[in-house]
Design a protein. Sequence first.
Length: 153
Amino acid sequence: MKSLVLALVLFFGIVGLAQAQTLVQQSPTHLDSCTAESTATSAGNAVSTVTLTPPAGQYVYICSIYIVETANALVTGAAGPLPIFTSTNLQTNLVWWGDNSSLTAGQLVKIKDVRFGYPLKSATAGTAFTIASSGTGQSTYNTRMTITGYFAP
């Protein structure tokens, strides 16, 4: 009888341990939350760069890119889509052309407003992801670039 009781205690003890749950993620936030953000603002005729720099050995995962131009005063249209915005540290770097058309004071023009369903992964670990403006636009408007992302292996 003692051996039957001992066998049952051992059996239910082992079954109880086998069903114990363990946490897969021990962080209060999602590991893929877009918690890194960077913004750069400048006059249309000034160079500016927005950057997300990961820790060593990690990649930047880009969640969103937002680029706009806002008129400070009347903007007279000019030839060519300026300024030009270029990215770095992607497998294929992206380029966006600005809007060099006529604008009234206070008018906002979206150049790019995208949120990626699956974030873009930077090409090289430990290297910053950047977007830079060429600074070849007009002084009568401002450019604003914002990127969001997170860092992971």
